[in-house]
Design a protein around this ligand. Structure first.
Ligand code: PEP
Ligand code: MG
Length: 594
């Protein structure tokens, strides 16, 4: 039956494929495609694990037999019988094998895919006794997964719910991965930014999540991957079933499930038009970004990993305007990258950019970017966005911070580097930061380690910072406006919360005034200023930002050419007057067309 699920449009384009539902609790299970030659091996792995669990349960049953445990706990004996029965169920075994043979899923993925199918069937049952069997099934699958991981006794630890698995295997593509016949799209309750990094290497053509806001970091990574995505789709992961045909309309924020052939054909056509449009835009790659009236505009790119440099060059960006270094630190189970590892990552970006400037932002963890997915949850009443994140965290970890600063300064010996500090608010934070930068330089000098010069910049992300720009300009060479956070903190809208996403308004008069005054004050002092939040990559905002005087934009590589096209069509002289009228309007959105 066809139906539609609505969410937030976060990453453009159309994806058409079969749904892979990954329950949140299963997100930490390895998901990769195997080569045809590995099918037998995976089935064997599964068989060995299953037999190991059956044997082990058998040993427990034998030990219980005649002992007082069996009499004292008859329900335990019955439970073990049920587990053995489930493990030997031929239908279940055949279905799991089918996922491996037909879809080329790895064994763990096949097992949990079938678990999801059965779980749904159990949930739909009227009989409460049968509904309860769902828990048995989950325990049995957990036992087999544990046996496959080889982490201790599958039986003794079976009741433990911890299913932690090295994150490096999460959603990863296997070295010998093969493409399945139909593209696959991932449907999950939630994906953390760390999940998203693994997702980047995966074979999925798009994704849908139940939760998440438009400028949350999950959405940001989706845009950087340039794959269609819809977040905040509420109960999508419950409504959509494993294997359903799904169309993700990333422009409209709509997911069409089980579409009719006519609708499929229509979206197939739209998909073709999107790729034609991209092809057409790619011709602008080497065209300088200059407005009709001759104003030069700098188009920079935002990246998360050194591997993103290729996309930056392909997009024709003239530098990296924001390297979100925190992604190097995520999902490493507390083992942070040391100075050399960081240095190599930063140096690779600097060298890869072949003399173009690279803006490296110091670590910005916290809020919706925890270092570890399993990081201890903070008490519910605390708001992590207001808490110890970004520079606040770095200043509480001076050793870690100086290590990062040293690595960045060392990378600056290989090409132009701008150092950027997130979320500064207080003069005292500015002074502490600068003192630590000096300390890093002194250490390197004393040790005779080569390093290069780096321009020093601050992000304007907090209203307090935007209201005290002259203070920042006393200490910094340039400013970069992080509109995602500036909007979040000015309008009191959690950027990751879909329930208030409709209030996240980049053209709220308060935001426009903060932007206009920050840009004007920088220019008055001859200092450069850019916008590196999502607003910079939004084609509907380009004319307004140009009108407000902005000449430097940093965005996902995938957006660079579309923004360039807007710039080539713009006349800043005319936009200047128009922007003033937008600035003083009660409802600026009404004046902004596309
Ligand atoms: C921003 O806040 O606009 C920004 C660019 O930083 P991040 O999205 O990483 O918080
Ligand atoms: Mg920010």
């Amino acid at each position: 039956m066809s139906f539609t699920v609505h969410g937030l449009a976060v990453s453009r384009g159309i994806a058409i494929g079969r749904a892979v539902i990954v329950a949140s609790s299963r997100l930490d299970v390895a998901h990769y495609f195997i080569g045809a030659e590995q099918v037998e091996h995976e089935i064997e792995r599964l068989r060995v694990a299953r037999n190991a669990v059956v044997d082990e349960i058998g040993r427990v049953q034998a030990a219980m037999h005649g002992s007082s445990t069996a009499e004292a706990h008859p329900e335990l004996a019955a439970l073990l019988d049920v587990h053995v029965m489930l493990l030997q169920d031929e239908q279940m075994t055949a279905a799991v094998k089918n996922w491996i043979e037909e879809r080329h899923y790895n064994a763990e993925w096949a097992l949990t895919a079938q678990l999801d199918v059965l779980t749904r069937q159990f949930e739909e049952m009227d009989d409460p006794y049968l509904r309860e069997r769902k828990a048995d099934l989950e325990q049995v699958v957990e036992r087999v997964l544990r046996a496959m991981r080889g982490d201790g006794s599958a039986v003794d630890s079976a009741e433990a719910t911890d299913s932690s698995f090295p994150e490096s295997t999460l959603l990863s593509s296997h070295p010998t991965a093969v493409a399945p016949e139909a593209p696959l799209v991932l449907i999950a309750h939630d994906l953390s930014p760390a999940d998203m990094l693994q997702f980047k290497q995966s074979a999925f053509a798009g994704f849908v999540t139940d939760v998440g806001g438009k400028t949350g970091h999950t959405a940001i990574v989706a845009r950087s991957m340039d794959i269609p995505a819809v977040v905040g789709a509420r109960s999508a992961s419950h409504l959509i079933k494993q294997d359903d045909w799904v169309i993700i309309d990333g422009d409209a924020g709509v997911v069409l499930v089980d579409p009719s052939p006519v609708v499929l054909a229509e979206y197939g056509e739209r998909q073709r038009r999107v790729s034609q449009e991209r092809e057409r835009l790619s011709r602008l790659r080497n065209t300088p970004a200059v407005t009709v009236d001759g104003e030069k505009v700098e188009l920079l790119a935002n990246i998360e990993q050194p591997g993103d440099v290729e996309a930056v060059l392909k997009a024709g960006a003239v530098g990296v305007g924001l390297f979100r270094t925190e992604f190097l630190f995520m999902g490493r189970a507390g083992k942070l990258p040391d100075e050399d590892e960081q240095y190599r990552a930063y140096r690779n970006v600097v060298k890869g950019m072949r003399g173009m400037p690279v803006t490296i932002r110091t670590i910005d963890v916290g809020a919706d970017k925890p270092l570890d997915r399993d990081a201890a949850p903070r008490e519910d009443h605390l708001n992590p966005a207001m808490g110890l994140r970004a520079i606040r965290w770095s200043l509480t970890e001076p050793a870690m911070f100086v290590t990062q600063l040293r690595a960045i300064l060392r990378a600056a010996a290989h090409g132009p580097v701008n150092l950027l500090v997130p979320m500064l608010t207080h003069a005292s934070e500015i002074k502490q930061t600068i003192a630590l930068i000096e300390r890093a330089k002194e250490q390197l000098t004393d040790e005779g380690v080569p390093f290069g010069p780096a321009k020093l910049g601050a992000m304007i992300e907090v209203p307090a910072a935007a209201l005290t720009v002259p203070l920042f300009l006393r200490y910094f060479d340039y400013l970069s406006i992080g509109t995602n956070d500036l909007i979040q903190y000015t309008l009191a809208i959690d950027r990751a919360d879909e329930s208030v996403a409709h209030l996240f308004d980049p053209v709220h008069p308060a935001i426009l005034q903060l932007l206009a005054s920050t840009i004007a004050m920088c220019h008055a002092q001859g200092k450069s200023v850019s916008v590196c939040g999502e607003m910079a990559g939004d084609v509907q905002m380009t004319r307004l930002l140009l009108g407000l005087g902005l000449r430097s934009f940093s965005m996902h590589p995938s957006q660079v050419l579309a923004i360039k096209q807007q710039i080539l069509r713009s006349d800043t002289e005319r936009l200047k007057a128009w922007a003033q009228s937008v600035l003083s309007a009660e409802d600026p959105a009404a004046l902004i067309d596309d």
